[in-house]
Design a binder for this molecule. Structure first.
Ligand code: NCD
Length: 357
């Protein structure tokens, strides 16, 4: 079965093809309008969402398919104590493809081991968000005309922000990308991501100064401080408004800077930036999600019978390898098998959440 658990499940060629298909869908909607006739997408959202869930549903409806699902864990049997594995076993008998969002890191990998149909990770805890990354790449490609040779700034909550984790993993497949990671010390990019960049000799800079960084950037990816992931609320209160991008801060920015944000925004981008029609790309980015998700659904349904999922191929069972990350799915799911991944940087990590074992 072909799943989308992490962005590494797709090769660069496949990602480029998804971008081209998305662009074709935008321009030729009628051609695609019946391609999923008779198929059912289940959207299982154990965590809040506006864009991701609705754009998935809009995507399936635009392909002539149907949708079912829940948007709140409290309205599912999870609230009665049902395991994720059982929920997925059952729902995969009611649907042809499943898009799921879950508060625990690694939950979609657990789901893919039980499911009879393709699983799409629509965000797992503070870990990954590969479909957001694909629409981010589509946006960069449309806004800038290319994805190679860019200096990309990522600003805000780089520790818990799952969108930036997947985006770094994807952008490192492209030529000559330089990263500037802008965050407070408490919310830096996780070591496991920086380790892979180092092992591939990819340039990155860490700073906490947004204003000083802006003039060098081709893309600025702003993120929300992820309130729901903090165990200490006083820390969240202290950090929540640490970066606010406004018109004045863009004074020395490149003319063709693209400002992205996965949304929802809280205070990170002041509304006066919205008037900067050319550079403020975040609402165009959200709309791109609909077309990219159509392309993803088409691809996974077409390749349902193929057996290849890099994320699954690289992991091995190891019952000694208990993970210590409190946000990992292994902390809550009953009867789970511990998995390890041997990474290119030589470290052994939890197969679900990538925490060092
Ligand atoms: C992001 C998410 O859920 O991770 N939102 C989205 O999917 N567009 C970003 C966020 O919630 O801050």
């Amino acid at each position: 079965m072909r799943n989308l658990i992490g962005i590494e499940d797709f090769s660069k060629e496949e990602i480029d093809e998804l971008i081209e298909v998305s662009k074709d869908i935008m321009n030729n909607r009628a051609k695609y309008s019946e391609m999923c006739k008779g198929k059912i997408l289940a959207t299982l959202f154990f965590e809040p969402s506006t864009r991701t869930r609705l754009s998935f549903e809009s995507a399936m409806l635009g392909l002539g398919g149907n949708v079912l699902g829940f948007s709140n864990a409290n309205s599912s049997s999870t609230s009665k104590g049902e395991s994720l594995a059982d929920t997925i076993t059952v729902v995969s008998g009611y649907s042809d493809i499943i898009a799921m969002r879950h508060p625990k890191d690694g939950a979609p990998l657990v789901a893919s081991m039980k499911s009879k149909v393709p699983i799409i990770n629509a965000g797992d805890g503070g870990h990954n968000h590969p479909t957001q990354t694909l629409l981010d790449l589509l946006t960069i490609s449309k806004e800038k005309g290319h994805i190679d040779n860019l200096t990309v700034g990522m600003c805000g909550d780089l520790k818990y922000g799952r969108t930036v984790h997947s985006l770094v993993n994807a952008l490192q497949m492209y030529e000559n990308i330089k990263f500037v990671f802008i965050s407070p010390n408490e919310l830096k990019m996780p070591e496991y991501i920086k380790d892979t960049l180092e092992s591939k000799n990819i340039e990155y800079l860490e700073t906490n100064d947004l204003e000083e960084s802006i003039p060098n950037l081709d893309v600025l990816y702003m993120t929300r401080i992820q309130r729901e992931r903090f165990s200490d609320m006083s820390e969240y209160e202290r950090l929540k408004d640490v970066y606010i991008l406004d018109k004045a801060k863009l004074k020395n920015a490149k003319e063709d800077l693209s400002i992205l944000h996965p949304l929802p925004r809280v205070n990170e981008i002041s509304v006066d930036v919205d008037d900067d029609e050319k550079r403020a790309a975040y609402f165009r980015q959200a709309e791109n999600g609909r077309y990219m998700r159509m392309a993803i659904i088409l691809k996974l349904l077409k390749e349902e019978s193929l057996k290849s999922n890099k994320k699954e191929e690289n992991v091995a069972e190891n019952n000694e390898a208990k993970c210590s990350n409190e946000r990992c799915i292994t902390m809550v799911e009953r009867g789970i098998k511990y998995l390890v991944t041997k990474c290119s940087d030589g470290n052994v990590r939890c197969g679900y959440c990538e925490n060092k074992i």
